[in-house]
Design a binder for this molecule. Structure first.
Ligand SMILES: *Cc1c(COP(=O)(O)O)cnc(C)c1O
Length: 405
């Protein structure tokens, strides 16, 4: 098989990382100017500890408002601990909440709103935080995709009550699954730390993750990525299983709850020293490519908000109808160029979450009409040009045949 470019801009692991004695919590605290964060075995478990912590402060409340289009693990985590996920639709043609519906979904039982920095981009906290405060609701910043993203020079995750990052494969810095959890509120932060220290050590899971991390060190490059990513993607797509293709096929059993092993945390801590430069380079590359993509008709390219600096793991794009998106992906999804979809369904459309049955037209449309282009440095200008020309042909053809209204 030929080259396979990863779908996101993961930070590769180097040989020396494997022997490091660095402290992950300390390194991230210094780099991001946050309190020394709690570490967990995944972003999902970071979210679980966040919710349990807030529940201790507000024991009567157990509803959690989440975007109707997000990582299915977010909804599963809430269900796993016996809380109730409340879906809120997206605004039309955007990944922000529909503000009117958000207000309607708040009830006396609402514990928290989960505000999500998709694609490392800004989540509209300027609207969400005041609304939450007014109703006595907490805000958790899901910054799983946004490690290194900054708002007014400050790390994301500090405007809400709690923030977390994911260290899963593909989120940038990785420990083969890991979570980073913190708060700017000292009392809350202290509880988060205490809870993370009580997480059990699960030896079998830790061994599995160690092997996966070594696999990532050895195989995360275009010549060999096919073995750990591309092969599975193409096989699932051939079977018309988009959910499995993008790795969204989770259920409640896919959430082991344990500690982040010390060796894996040291590997990530060492790699983390390269993260600021990695993110800066990603930022430069993404801005140039976004400028170019913006020349195309019928597409919305998601950009940075003012005062915001994204880590840009990938570029998120929305087409104006499902057919265009399908045509683009038919051409590019299996080409090994790092073009894919983020979340392929709205939350209630996943078989594992079908009990949440409801109508969320904007989220459903966003799932159908959005796709992503990797911001990996392995996608060189020539390959990006190929992607660009393919998309250009499709949207311009459709533009010219669509009736003038
Ligand atoms: C990946 C992801 C998560 C879950 O993080 P894990 O480390 O995989 O458990 C949560 N929210 C969003 C938006 C994500 O992309």
């Amino acid at each position: 098989m030929n080259r396979e470019i990863p779908p996101t801009n993961g930070l590769p692991i180097e040989f020396k990382d494997l022997f490091s004695k660095q402290d992950l919590s300390r390194n991230l605290s210094k780099q991001l100017n946050i309190l020394k964060p709690a570490l967990t075995c995944s972003g999902t478990v970071a979210l679980i500890l966040a919710l349990e912590t807030l529940h201790e402060l507000e024991p009567e409340k157990n509803q959690v408002i989440i975007p109707a289009w997000t990582c299915p693990l977010v909804a599963l985590a809430i269900i796993k601990i016996g809380f109730v996920p409340i879906l809120c639709d997206l605004a039309a043609n955007d990944f922000q909440f529909d503000q009117t519906q958000l207000l309607q979904k708040i009830s006396p039982k609402t514990l928290a709103i989960i505000a999500t920095h998709f694609a490392g981009l800004y989540c509209d906290l300027a609207s969400i935080v005041p609304l939450a405060k007014k109703h006595g609701v907490f805000v958790i910043e899901d910054a799983a995709q946004a490690l290194g993203a900054k708002y007014k020079q400050q790390s994301v995750g500090l405007q809400g009550d709690i923030g977390f990052f994911s260290l899963a494969f593909g989120k940038g810095l990785t420990s083969a699954e890991g979570g980073v959890l913190f708060s700017s509120n000292l009392q809350i932060h202290h509880i988060l730390l205490e809870k993370s220290k009580k997480l059990p050590i699960l030896r079998d899971w830790e061994i599995k993750r160690k092997v996966e991390l070594i696999g990532y060190y050895l195989l995360y490059r275009p010549a060999t990525l096919n073995y750990i990513y591309g092969h599975h993607l193409r096989k699932s797509l051939k079977q018309n299983d988009e959910i499995s293709a993008v790795g969204d096929d989770f259920d409640l059993n896919d959430i082991p709850i344990h500690r982040l092993g010390i060796w894996r945390s040291r590997v990530a801590a060492s790699a983390a020293l390269r993260l600021p430069e990695h993110n800066q380079r990603a930022h430069r590359q993404a801005l140039l490519r976004i400028e170019k993509l913006k020349q195309l008709p019928k597409l919305k390219i998601f950009e940075e908000a003012d005062n915001y600096s994204s880590n840009f793991p990938f570029i998120l794009i929305l087409t104006d109808n499902a057919t265009t998106c399908k045509n683009i992906l038919d051409q590019l999804w299996t080409k090994g160029l790092g073009v894919t979809k983020l979340f392929v369904r709205a939350i209630h459309q996943y078989p594992a979450l079908c009990q949440l049955k409801c109508d969320m037209p904007n989220a459903e449309k966003f799932a159908q009409c959005s796709f992503s282009i990797t911001n990996s440095f392995w996608l060189d200008d020539q390959s990006f040009e190929m992607i660009y020309q393919t998309i250009k042909n499709i949207v311009e053809t459709e533009y010219s045949i669509s009736p003038i209204s």
